[in-house]
Design a binder for this molecule. Structure first.
Ligand code: FAD
Length: 569
């Protein structure tokens, strides 16, 4: 029989009448031993009040702002396990059946999805001492990012960039001859890159004693899931907390027929063949990265984008640089229009585009028109979790409306980026383990790993203008960078935005090789509240492309000596 356990505030040292500032658990929720029930704050420190036992919270007797002292009755738990009682347990009746072993399928934390969000959450929670079960429906850990996203695409983009750079070197006196493509070898290089990382994850899960169950999880209640195992069996798992990290899938356009010559990003990364003509539907990051790969392999590429611009959301001056460098790849870039219909013919896929009289025929069509969250097939309604258009809304602690169920990564909203998922995974693991944590990142950088790369973070000039926010814009053209000229990248541009009043950096964007590697400095500057002087007076190594960030800040302050004097630019 469950017993009720009164929870009282422990000895607070010299403090009395301290206010409750956080209540991370709600009545009805299961709690683990040592999980934080309340946080109180004195004028010197905050203090977590942990649960002395595992059980279920029946009643919370205090509210936010209430003053408590040592001995104040704050909550009531029901506890099942006799060993966690505060008084000696009576000896069990000899005839009583043994309690159902919970250890078999129960855990402190269940994580659904082994992508960047899920594995990061599982590993962090295990490092915090939680007993973690991770359920993943695919054969390997790593999710979209490692298996069919960030990593294989970057392996191919690296090859594309080197191939094109080698061709460009002919202008500097070094010729290698025309590249020949061995698709089989390229596929195996890509697969080897992915395998190395996914094998590493499996090993790290073992080292942390995270139990990985291969199968598809579905909620059957607020503290239980049923996992359909790959062999056909099912396994029930109960948990004190759960982190749902089920990710997203490519949007499939309804007007496209079912044909192997029409692929999404996963299909395109398999490199089925090098098409003569490729149509990319969607001019966002994923579409343009794949366009870069196929173009480097020899395809001619067309792009159709519904929005008025490619890379919507990036400032036009940077996109203009990108367009100039990429003009050679494309036969046609059609923006502000859309694909109306497509027909599979023996010659190829005949695609009708709005506003065009004749359909165009392509050997391969890539649909890269966005991704949708995987919220619908998890049975979340059985747990009482509310969805919003397939996304799972969360608070800053990554908690859903059911506080012991958290959701992270692509599943909880935009931007759908791996580094956001990882960061949220760590926050969610810490919250689930009873720590005080929250997602309070000021900015999340974005990068298109095309050739050249475009990276941006924080406020854009376009958004500042639209919102009427007063900013100062500082630009450093790479034509004035020794390293960029030496590298054949004098077309690049680094731009910083400073708040007009405080002079703090509020945004930045870079177009040029390695832009993605450099944008982190701008993100750090924004997070740290750095102003133009902080960035300009930080000595950057010379000659580097990263130096252009310091030089842009100098330009903003009017003290850059690598540019013509102010007034003559
Ligand atoms: P996912 O990686 O989608 O992982 C979710 C996991 O949950 C999957 O493994 C899935 O099998 C599993 N799952 C789902 N439902 C269940 C269930 N019911 N039971 C068990 N398991 C389940 N982002 C970047 O930041 N940088 C990039 O360069 C980049 N490049 C990309 C390139 C491409 C081509 C694509 C498609 C995406 C790219 N992304 C990139 C986006 C990035 O991959 C995602 O943002 C990231 O993978 C999201 O991580 P996640 O953990 O939220 O979900």
């Amino acid at each position: 029989m469950p017993e009720t356990l009164d929870i009282r505030v422990p000895d607070l040292g010299d403090y009395a009448d301290v206010p409750v500032i956080e209540i991370p658990v709600a009545p009805g929720q299961p709690v683990a031993k040592d999980q934080t029930l309340l946080v109180v704050e004195s004028d010197k420190a905050t203090l977590d009040i942990p649960s002395p036992a595992a059980g279920r919270l029946v009643e919370m007797l205090v509210g936010l702002g209430d003053a408590v002292s040592a001995g104040t009755l704050v909550a009531r738990l029901t506890v099942e396990a006799p060993e966690v009682r505060t008084e000696p347990a009576p000896a069990p009746a000899p005839a009583a059946p043994p309690p159902k072993p919970q250890a078999e399928a129960g855990c402190d934390l269940l994580v659904i999805g082994g992508g960047p969000g899920g594995y990061s959450a599982a590993f962090r929670a295990a490092d915090l001492g939680q007993r973690v079960i991770l359920v993943e429906r695919d054969a390997t850990l790593g999710g979209v990012c490692l298996n069919v996203g960030c990593i294989p695409s970057k392996a191919l983009l690296h090859v594309a960039a080197v191939t094109e750079e080698a061709v460009r070197l002919a202008a500097h006196g070094i010729s290698f001859g025309a590249p020949t493509v061995d698709l089989e070898k390229l596929r195996s290089f890509k697969a080897g890159t992915v395998r190395r990382l996914t094998d590493g994850l499996a090993q790290m899960a073992r080292q942390r004693k995270v139990e990985v169950i291969r199968g598809t999880a579905r909620f059957t209640g607020p503290s239980a899931v049923s996992v359909a195992l790959h062999g056909g069996d099912t396994r029930d798992v109960t948990f004190a907390s759960a982190i749902v990290a089920a990710g997203s899938s490519p949007v499939a356009l309804a007007m496209l027929p079912d044909d192997p010559r029409i692929v999404d990003s996963t299909g395109a990364l398999e490199l089925p063949f090098v098409p003569r003509r490729l149509l990319v539907i969607g001019g966002g990051i994923i579409g343009l990265e794949m366009a870069t790969v196929y173009s480097a392999l020899g395809a001619r590429v067309d792009v159709v984008e519904r929005l008025p611009n490619l890379l919507e959301g990036v400032d036009r001056d940077l996109v203009a640089v990108w367009m100039k460098r990429n003009a050679h790849r494309f036969d046609r870039i059609r923006t502000g229009t859309e694909v109306m219909a497509a027909e599979a013919t023996p010659e190829g896929i005949a695609v009708s585009i709005a506003g065009e009289a004749e359909p165009q025929t392509y050997d391969l069509v890539l649909q890269a028109a966005g991704r949708r969250p995987n919220g619908a097939n998890l049975g979340l309604d059985a747990a009482g979790v509310v969805l919003d258009g397939g996304f799972v809304p969360v608070d800053a602690q990554m908690r859903t409306n059911v506080p012991h169920i958290l959701a992270i990564g692509d599943l909880n909203g935009q931007p759908m980026l791996a580094h956001k998922a990882v960061h949220q995974g760590h926050v969610a693991a810490e919250v689930a383990a009873g720590h005080r944590a929250g997602f309070d990142a000021a900015v999340i950088p974005s990068v298109a790993y095309t050739d050249p790369e475009i990276a941006w973070v924080g406020l854009t000039e376009t958004a500042a203008k639209a919102s009427g926010r007063a900013v100062e814009v500082a630009r450093f053209p790479w034509a004035a960078s020794g390293r960029a000229i030496a590298n054949g990248a004098d077309y690049g541009l680094t731009k910083l935005l400073f708040d007009a009043q405080t002079k703090r950096v509020v945004g930045g964007a870079i177009v040029g090789p390695s832009a993605g590697d450099m944008i982190g400095e701008v993100a750090l500057g924004i997070e740290m509240g750095a102003d133009a002087t902080d960035i300009a007076r930080t000595i950057h190594p010379h000659p580097t492309l990263g130096e252009t960030i310091g030089l842009a800040a100098e330009a903003g302050l009017g003290l850059c000596t690598d540019l013509p004097p102010v007034g003559r630019r």
